[in-house]
Ligand binder design. Sequence first.
Ligand SMILES: [Zn+2]
Length: 426
Amino acid sequence: MILKGTVIWTPELGRVEVREGAYLVADGETVRGVFDELPADCVGQPVADYGDALVIPAFTDAHVHAPQFLNAGIGMDEELLPWLNHHTFPLEARFADPAFADRAYRAFLNALWEAGTLRFCAFATVHAEATWHLMRLAEDAGFSGLVGKVNMDRNAPDELREDTVASLAQTEMLAQRSREELRRIGFIATPRFVPACTPELMEGLGRLVETYQLPVQSHVDENRSEVALVRELHPDAPSYAHVYDAFGLMPARRTVLAHAIWLTGPEVDLLREKHVLVAHSPQSNANLTSGIMPLRRWLDAGIACAVASDVAGGSDVALSRHVACAVRTSKLRQVACAEERAASVPEALYLATKAPGGFAGFSQPSGSFEPGYRCDALVIGDERTAELDALLARTPLERLEHFIYTGDDRAIRARYAGGTLMPRPF
Ligand SMILES: [Zn+2]
């Protein structure tokens, strides 16, 4: 694959590379590099020339609930725990019906494709059959990522509360089956959150994580009422995050924890030592009245962070909107606390591309155009504004910022997954 355009990527937090009229070359699924002149062995090969359109890494959503896509923008006047009971759980119960799950998951994957999110860590529901179906659909459509069957055996409505032994058996079945039959979509252990999992379930999951070397995703320190509930359920644990660790559910470099707004000092140390990837979902945190995560403080403390949608806590699928929201909310933190310097647009873009794409739970990193990365790319060029952009002599970074703040799928001209043009899935 050879693409020509204005190639932009963020090799590290706060650093952005801009190469106009450059060639992005991939060997098979993997980036070879970005070149100003076509390498000798590529001369004569077909080049997809996108003129001055922007070529950026595709987005990776480190935390999204696939079934909840249907509830995006519903029930936003409630806080986390009542919202789960009134809106989320009744919807997730519908995924016991495979025909319903099929329709919903096809719509979800189409929406991700439209938004340019070609890799993700997704929660499914407790239902093994529907979870497997989502994994199969995503693999066949060309996405890469991780999908987990949710585990919950307490504090859940009857139709979602699992038998502990059956929950573990189905989890193990999916871990094995995905390893045998899928290449780009892996299985991730997914205890919903501490309030929904008994100690027996967490212990069993911890054993599966060890046996199969699984990655893990869950939630931590999202909403104050949730933190209080965890303290009530586990009064002897030093903190919320320490509960996961005690049950073997925080494997080093293979753990994604969403939210992390209310971390205590010992939790900050624990997450840094374990190289946990914190999925920062500022839009969800505002929608569910959870709080504003101190992004700069966690980054300065050495915690790995990524920007994530948390649909349907977050109401937009498009990560570009969450990148803008992460910048906005970091500014609100700066107003309240001067040493918490706001995040810049290139920093937040890094948090939605290379930071999550490089999560070690994936088999190959993506989200950058460095050699060895999986070549997932978007071509950004809004034909409706191209003429005015030229008259205004907009720089590439101005056009990128404009897309992040105001753009949508109409501005994404092409999507490449693993070096191949990716058609609309369904
Ligand atoms: Zn979530």
